[in-house]
Design a protein. Structure first.
Length: 282
């Protein structure tokens, strides 16, 4: 666990660009039954903000992405989303379940408590860099550890002596697919599909298990500065691997809580499109 000095009452900054409709699914290419694709999941956006790519996801692919996003938004980030009053298609809960382990006798107890009594915590992962960036062989296994960020004193006030608190479920594979979806949809919105040859579609759709080869932590040595007023930070990068230019997307969800930054390999930059990305070198 790691403490973060930020305050949960901080005013968070958020901005979202507008984009033209795509007219087909950015994952499978279908033009049937299209819906808007939220770049950062709707459930991670603040009220009054909406960041999406119009007409960019078919019903079938939307069902797939909703399933793994739902696991992350509810099981991993549910209480935090509710405490921050982020957007939701359902009415936000005012209570949540708190599972405690009484260390003296091993007794487990699950209680329904007001959300105000649940600590303000953010769960995530400290991941090894993407395998492609390390020039390692593709693998299906993630290397890293779960992490927790919280304001100073936030957990201590909820943890009497001898009590352990269950904060949520962590699933690195689903979390990585969510990061991949954010990165791919952002790259399409920002630069267009013709600017790169995608490598994340099969991971997003569950057809490929090599997510650790393209999705990982930012181990580049770049300075990770405090961002006390930033909700999420997403921006492009470009890098050269053995003479091949690649488009990367850096993602830092809940930056104001000191969460880690991830670097996702979106695809190989196509000929003639490198110059527009050179202003964001890795």
């Amino acid at each position: 666990m790691a403490k973060n000095p930020g305050s949960p009452s901080t005013v968070l900054l958020w901005s979202a660009e507008k984009y033209k409709a795509v007219g087909h699914c950015i994952y499978c290419g279908s033009s049937d039954n299209l819906s808007d694709e939220h770049i950062v999941p709707l459930g991670l956006q603040p009220r009054g903000g909406d960041w999406f790519l119009p007409k960019a996801s078919c019903d079938r692919c939307a069902d797939i992405t909703k399933r793994f996003e739902g696991l992350c938004l509810q099981g991993t980030l549910g209480p935090l989303r509710a405490k921050l009053k982020l957007r939701s298609r359902r009415k936000l809960k005012t209570t949540t379940e708190r599972t405690t382990n009484h260390r003296d006798d091993g007794r487990m107890e699950t209680l329904t408590v007001p959300l105000d009594e649940f600590p303000m915590v953010c769960l995530g992962f400290d991941l090894e860099a993407a395998g492609l960036l390390r020039q390692a062989r593709p693998t299906t296994e993630f290397v890293g550890r779960p992490i927790v960020r919280y304001p100073i004193g936030e957990l201590e006030k909820q943890l009497p002596e001898g009590i352990a608190l269950k904060l949520g479920r962590v699933a690195p594979r689903e979390y990585a697919r969510m990061l991949a979806k954010i990165a791919h949809s952002y790259a399409v919105a920002k630069f267009g599909e013709a600017s790169f040859i995608p490598c994340l579609s099969d991971i997003i759709l569950g057809k490929c298990d090599y997510a650790p080869y393209y999705v990982g932590g930012d181990k580049s040595g770049a300075l990770l500065v405090d961002q006390p007023t930033t909700l999420h930070h997403v921006y492009p990068q470009a890098c050269d691997l053995n003479g091949v230019p690649y488009l990367l997307v850096a993602i830092r969800l809940f930056a104001f809580m000191g969460m880690p930054r991830y670097l996702i390999v979106v695809g190989r930059i196509t000929e003639g499109n490198l110059e527009q990305l050179r202003s964001n070198p890795l």
